[in-house]
Ligand binder design. Structure first.
Ligand code: SIN
Length: 327
């Protein structure tokens, strides 16, 4: 679909905006209600039309999904990845913007970074903490900023733009329940800032890794392995792990990511069940539930691999690895 753009600069390359829902497309009964709203109500065409400054850009758009991102699922991931891949292959496309909910944005962004990893073009996720009907909605400015970054010569890799900050997908995490500046990245500051329509680059654009390829997440939802996240905490034992091993409905357990304490340490009682899971052929990784800092792999915990990623992105990474083994 092409937007009826009233003004488009001469030879401008195109930016494609893919809508998936989220608070950025949410509506509330009252303009002062930034909590009791329904996400994923407005089409991406309506979001674009609400930002007159976007008329300077040559835009295409497409509604890929319309969901609250807490309900993100494998089918929507497959659909989104396929459409991003399709549009990136178009010579006339300079970059992609994805409007998404904030709740699982860090998971989707990492999936796209690992599967597609564009080395020459940017894929820029954006979102909002307030619904589109809010008196001071943050979505329109975030969308404009995302398109600005996606149009930036030389920009590449998978990023997220919110509150004027550009984050790489690696280590990206939502860190606040209602602040507009709600994202951060473990081990990294923002890649760039967007100020008054200009992009001030602070570090190298992300990406450059060899992508796993779209075939890794081929559209056969039954192939997705079951990978669960469990947490180590005071009083933890192995009951959840044992229950997951015994679970018989749906796909069998293939992997466990443990959000460990501190430097990815595990309660002894939980670790015993995890070791048992390993002997049953389940992949087990441990990361940290702590907000900042790397996991420094130290001894202990036997064969349970220490991973310096957020638990949520580690789960995506493990899913992709197990999908590769399926193939
Ligand atoms: C969602 O993640 O879809 C709802 C919450 C948000 O976008 O902030």
């Amino acid at each position: 679909m092409n937007l009826p753009t009233p003004f488009v600069a001469g030879n401008a390359k195109r930016v494609v905006v893919l809508g998936t829902g989220g608070t950025i497309a949410g509506t509330a009964a009252s303009a002062t209600d930034a909590v009791g709203y329904t996400a994923a109500q407005r089409g991406v065409d309506v979001l674009i039309a609400a930002v007159p400054a976007l008329a300077r850009h040559a835009l295409d758009w497409e509604q890929v999904a319309q969901l609250d991102s807490k309900d993100m699922d494998f089918a929507a991931w497959q659909q989104l990845a396929a459409r991003i891949d399709h549009h990136l292959r178009r010579d006339e496309v300079q970059g992609i913007v994805v409007t998404h909910g904030t709740d699982t944005l860090e998971e989707t962004a990492w999936l796209i970074a690992r599967v597609i990893a564009p080395s020459a073009k940017p894929v820029v996720f954006t979102a909002a903490m307030r619904p589109a009907t809010s008196l001071q909605a943050d979505g329109p400015q975030n969308l404009l900023d995302a398109v600005t970054v996606a149009s930036q010569p030389g920009a590449h890799g998978v990023m997220a733009v919110l509150a004027g900050k550009v984050w790489g997908a690696a280590g990206l995490r939502k860190i606040h329940t209602y602040d507009l500046d709600a994202f951060s990245a473990v081990h990294a500051g923002p890649v760039a800032l967007v100020t008054s329509g200009g992009v001030q680059q602070l570090s190298a654009w992300p990406g450059g890794e060899k992508p796993l390829g779209l075939a890794r997440i081929a559209p056969d939802a039954t192939r997705w392995p079951r990978v669960e996240i469990v947490v180590s905490h005071a009083g933890a034992d192995g009951a959840i792990v044992d229950a997951l091993l015994a679970h018989r409905d749906g796909p069998p357990l293939r992997g466990l990511v443990v959000a460990g304490t501190g430097n990815a340490t595990l309660h002894t009682a939980l670790a015993a069940s995890l070791e048992h899971a390993l002997t049953r052929g389940v992949e087990v990784w441990r990361c940290s539930r702590v907000a900042e800092g790397p996991v420094i792999a130290a001894g202990g915990h036997g064969r349970i691999r220490a991973v310096s990623m957020t638990p949520w992105q580690a789960r995506v990474e493990m899913l992709l690895g197990l999908l590769g083994e399926n193939g």
